[in-house]
Each structure stands twice: as C-alpha cells, then as structure tokens.
Design a protein around this ligand. Structure first.
Ligand code: PLP
Length: 354
C-alpha cells in the first residue's frame, strides 16, 4: 500500500528495513540478553530515549511487551486497593476493566468527548489516577493544563498516563505523571511487539513500599533488571535495536511535535473543503495532535474506506461504539507531510465522483 494512515499497527519508518539488515549483520539479535553487547545496546537505547524525548534523567525506563501488559503491571505493582480511572473512550475503559480483575474495587468514571474529567469527582487522595493521555478510539487528548492541575492537586497520588498513541509524537511534561507507557507500533513507527514504560522516582518508591514480587512481570523485578541494563526475560532485542537506530536519526521531540501540530492545523483547514467528513472533536483544547477522528454518514464512511483501499490508501476504521460512523487518521511522525495533502485530494476527488 502506498499510504497507511491506520492508527496502530501503523506506518513503519521505511529506514527500519535497512536497520533490520544492519542488526542481522551485527549478529546482535542472537546475543544473550545478559551479554555485554546486549547491555551496551540497552543502555544506549535508554539514554537515546531520554535525550530525544526530553525525559528527566531520574526517571527509569523499562521495556515490556505491550500496553496491555502495562495495564496489568500497574495494577499488580503500583496499586494496593484500587485505582481510579477516568475515560471517554474504549481504551481507557478497557484499562479499567483489566484493573478490576486484579482490584475489583477500582473506580471507573466516564466523561464526554468534548469535555474533561471533573477533578472534584476524584475524591480525597486517590491511590492511583489512571488517564488515557491520547484516546486512540476517538481522537481526544488530555491537555497540558489539566495534567498540571491534577499533578498540583494530588501530589501524593500516583498518576499514570496511557500514552500509546502519543509518546514519540507529543512533547510531554513528564513530571505531570509518575507512569507513562506506550507500545511501539503506533506513534514510534516500529513493528509491533514491545512497549516502553517511563517511571518516576516517586513511583519507584511506591512500588517498593507495596513490595509486589509475585509475578514474572512484577515491576520490582523489572526495575532490578533494567538498572543493570538487563531485562527480566529475553526481550524483543530486534525492536530495541531498531528503536535505538531510529532514535539516533530522528529529530528532537520538540521539532517532531511542532511538525505534527502544523500538519494538523493544515489538515483541519483543508478538511473544511470536504463536505462528507467533519471532525468528531470540535474543542481544540481536547482535540488530539496525533489521531484525527472524522465523522460522517455510515454510507459515506463505508464507501470512503473502500474506495481509498482500492487506491492504495489505508484509513483507520472507527473503533468501539463509533465503528461505523467515524474514520480515524493517524498523524504519526513516520508518515510524510505530503501524504496528508494527497489524502485531502483523494477526498475531494471522491466527492466529485460520488
Ligand atoms: C493500542 C492501544 C493500546 C493497546 O496496545 P497493545 O500494544 O495492543 O497492548 C492501549 N491503549 C491505547 C491508548 C492504545 O491506543
């Protein structure tokens, strides 16, 4: 396919093919994960992440398998009684459901897509506040101002952000959260099968107080290993290598985020010329910079997706309750700027013909 706007798994940076071959030539994929060459690779990759994404030096980075695994790790290792989940879409709700399997008293509260969670409803000192930084199912994001507010208001609570479709696209103010995580098949532009957890010193202290060591993926065990530049099990070595090579060559996150923001502005301006598709989210405060969600009639959505596919363009279908009424378009860094102009032209041509 010539174009891929699917929000995950999503377009992979084309240079990854070359990096993979390099990794093969180096033989790194077949090295033991306690060997010196792996430890050197892992240490370098974590440092590159910190420098390219502007992550504070005292935060720890761990590599696990998926964002779904992070849901479980957080419930096991950072929560004693209950976590408090605020969501407006399918991924946030799933996180809550997974947490409930471990802590049945975990709280889940809904808010609507053009609004923000009510801070008052969070109660006194929630143990852990769980928020989906970027809700991939509907193209909303938790704005920076709100992140700052909750951080200030709940200095003693853990705050966790699911940043699966925003990390490596957004420039974060990392101090606003204690746990940030993302799998790499979305905004990072890499093949699926790995996730990155970024954890604050406070969260590390909290995990030690709770003391969970009952699972192969108990965070305390993961931490002990990552501090030695090792992993708790044989990791996705190829993805760690690809991530490192990619990071060596991409711009700093400030430049990447600025480009995504300007592309988003142009896209929504151009979209005004298209009649059959309108933005689902109108509040610019909560409209995501990395996932565009567009609504239209079921008939036109179905036809646009099919016609696009015939022309070599993969669009994201709707997700969850909005499966048939929306289209999702990833605004991820691996996708070239020109592709968004081409997409608008496709939509304009589609309208003339249909
Ligand atoms: C895709 C996605 C997930 C699940 O990611 P996996 O890597 O499949 O576990 C979780 N949360 C959000 C916000 C997502 O977009």
């Amino acid at each position: 396919m010539k174009y891929n706007f699917y929000p995950g798994p999503s377009k992979i940076y084309p240079q990854v093919a070359r990096y993979f071959q390099e990794g093969m030539d180096l033989g790194i994929f077949e090295r033991n994960h306690r060997s010196d060459s792996f430890q050197e690779l892992f240490s370098r990759t974590k440092l590159l992440l910190k420098s390219k994404l502007n992550i504070p030096l005292d935060y720890e980075i761990a590599m696990v398998s998926s964002a779904t695994e992070c849901w479980e790790i957080i419930a096991q290792s950072f929560v004693q009684k209950r976590s408090s989940h605020y969501f407006n879409g399918a991924f946030g709700e799933k996180w809550w459901k997974y947490s409930q399997k471990i802590h049945p008293k975990s709280i889940g509260a809904n808010f609507s897509v053009n609004e923000l969670p009510q801070i008052e409803s969070l109660g006194q000192t929630p143990e852990l506040i769980a928020l989906t930084h970027n809700e991939t199912s509907n193209g909303t994001a938790i704005p920076l101002g709100f992140q700052k507010d909750i951080r200030k208001r709940f200095p003693d609570s853990m705050i966790a952000f699911d940043a699966t479709s925003s990390m490596a696209g957004y420039e974060f103010d990392w101090e606003n959260g204690d746990i940030w995580y993302a799998s790499v098949q979305k905004c990072f532009g890499l093949p699926a099968g790995m996730a990155i957890m970024v954890v604050s010193p406070n969260a590390i202290t909290r995990a030690k107080e709770i003391g969970d060591e009952a699972h192969y993926n108990s965070f305390n065990l993961i931490l002990e290993n990552t501090r030695k530049d090792q992993t708790h099990h044989t990791p996705n070595i190829s993805n760690i290598f690809l991530l490192g090579r990619l990071l060596e060559n991409v711009e700093n996150i400030t430049a990447i985020h600025n480009n995504l923001k300007s592309r988003k502005k142009d896209f929504y301006t151009d979209l005004k010329k298209v009649e059959i598709l309108k933005p689902l989210i109108n509040s610019s405060e909560v409209q995501s910079d990395t996932v565009f969600c567009l609504q239209g009639s079921q008939e036109s959505i179905r036809m646009v997706i099919q016609t696009a596919l015939n022309e070599g363009i993969i669009l994201g279908n709707g997700y969850g309750v909005m499966k048939d009424s929306t289209i999702r378009v990833a605004n991820f860094p691996a996708i070239p700027n020109q592709d968004y102009k081409d997409l608008i032209n496709f939509l304009l041509r589609f309208e003339i013909k249909n």
